[in-house]
Ligand binder design. Structure first.
Ligand code: HAM
Length: 429
């Protein structure tokens, strides 16, 4: 609604849990993304970009009906054509959809894909938790080899090291396969039903649908109940146990430190066998920087052929909040600042600056008409390398004053041919 006449108009703010990433911070994002691109490409991964909006059914089928994400966190709406659509809460499902839709399994037997982008989950916002957040996401499809698990985990840890993340720990677990899980589900179900009165309402319901989810519940009573519960790792079949052993051996060969966490279940239902999480103590409650695992049934469950896969996602906001000071990557300063006063000088500055930019240097000027003194101040504040001063006297004499901002030395250069002269100075810098 419009304000009454004379009253100021209220500004419109961003949606709760959605945040802007401002200049000064974006340099850190670029650093993180460039580092990821380089390392992933060294490991043979290629970039894929997928839409942020998908048919709701895709997430229901892949992430699982009884997960927190699908039960209560998705931004789902009916579009104007009556179709149920969802803003993606994660990227794996979309990458699988694209993989199937474009038959990427046709050519090379292994597909290595990575993608960056925003994800959407309607959780309660708090430090390190947003409703729109960003992931760096990696998927490797077409190999069930445990060495591949070790390699993908190793690549993640290498990436975290290259962005100078300190004090992170890697935890791994195995969730077994559809062959060994039903037996465990029964054992766990029996154990938990004896503790039913201690469980929260959600978990009581989960007893019938997906008892493993109780391991993920943050409610005190439920945590106490699972603290003595039987563990899936003790029930997995010989094949899964052997696979998991080889993953650990592979990690040791690559000198990637890890610890075992038999209570880690992950918040998505598509995982089989190896799962992993990287956490840090520096983040408080939202301590997971990255997570992932193997999903050997997912492609088939989405209607495709039997293609095993493994992947992970790192949360970019959390990662960036952990970068050490000084890792921001330098924001660029002007190579040249042209301080100009008067219509004639303004025209020269306009031509000069744009000519210099075309040669790949950052030139800045100011069309505000404020005093040369205040323009000089601005040049200083922006950290310019050189300042060229063009006032009325300079126009009359056909020469401008050039100041080296680093050492304060100055000299004059002819306005005729100034561009060429400045360029040779800048190139020599
Ligand atoms: P996830 O564990 O749900 O896994 O998310 C991965 C990471 O995203 C988390 O470790 C965290 O850093 C970040 N994250 C999650 N939710 C939020 C939030 N609300 N605000 C800020 N950061 C958040 C997945 O999404 C799987 N798709 C990973 C994967 C790929 N598994 C196999 N391939």
């Amino acid at each position: 609604s419009h304000p009454a006449p004379g009253e100021p108009m209220e500004i419109i703010t961003a949606v709760r849990g959605f945040k802007d990433i401002l200049p000064g911070e974006t340099e850190r994002w670029q650093f993180v993304e460039e580092t990821a691109r380089k390392i992933f490409s060294d490991f043979g991964f290629k970039e894929i970009r997928v839409p942020v909006l998908e048919k709701t059914e895709l997430f229901r089928r892949s992430i699982g009906e009884t997960t927190d994400i699908v039960e209560k966190e998705m931004y789902t709406f009916e579009d104007r054509g009556g179709e149920s659509l969802t803003l993606r809460p994660e990227a794996t499902a979309s990458v699988m959809r694209a993989f199937l839709e474009h038959s990427l399994h046709g050519g090379d037997s292994v597909s290595k894909l990575f993608t960056f982008g925003p994800m959407f989950r309607r959780e309660r916002p708090q430090k390190g938790r947003y409703r729109q957040f960003h992931q760096i996401n990696v998927e490797l499809l077409g190999s069930a080899d445990p060495l591949v698990d070790a390699e993908v985990i190793h690549m993640l840890m290498l990436f975290l090291e290259r962005v100078h993340l300190k004090n992170v720990s890697l935890e791994i677990n195995s969730l077994g396969c559809p062959g060994c899980r039903p037996a465990f589900r029964k054992v766990l179900g029996q154990f938990l039903s004896q503790k039913e009165k201690d469980l929260c309402e959600d978990c009581r319901r989960r007893l019938g649908t997906n008892p493993l989810r109780v391991f993920d519940c943050k409610v005190e009573g439920c945590r106490a109940a699972v603290s003595s519960a039987p563990l899936l790792i003790d029930y997995i079949c010989a094949g899964c146990a052997g696979h998991f052993r080889e993953v650990q051996e592979g990690l040791k060969v690559l000198e990637t430190g890890f610890s075992l966490n038999p209570r880690m279940v992950r918040g998505l239902d598509y995982y089989t066998k190896t799962t992993f999480e990287v956490t840090t103590k520096a983040l408080g409650a939202q301590n997971a920087v990255a997570g992932g695992g193997r999903y050997d049934r997912l492609v088939k469950d989405l209607g495709g052929p039997e293609v095993p896969g493994i992947g992970f996602a790192a949360g970019v906001e959390r990662l960036i909040s952990l970068l050490p000071e000084g890792m921001e990557g330098v924001s660029r300063s002007p190579d040249l600042y042209v301080a100009a006063l008067g219509p004639e000088a303004k025209k020269i500055a306009f031509r000069l600056c744009n000519g210099i930019r075309r040669q790949g240097f950052l030139a800045e000027t100011d069309y505000s008409g404020r005093s040369l003194k205040s323009q000089m101040k601005r040049s200083d504040r922006l950290g310019a390398g050189y300042t060229l001063l063009i006032g009325e006297n300079e126009i009359r004499e056909g020469k401008a004053l050039l100041r080296n901002m680093k050492d304060g030395s100055q000299g004059s250069i002819g306005l005729e041919g100034a561009e060429a002269q400045l360029l040779s100075l800048l190139k020599a810098r």
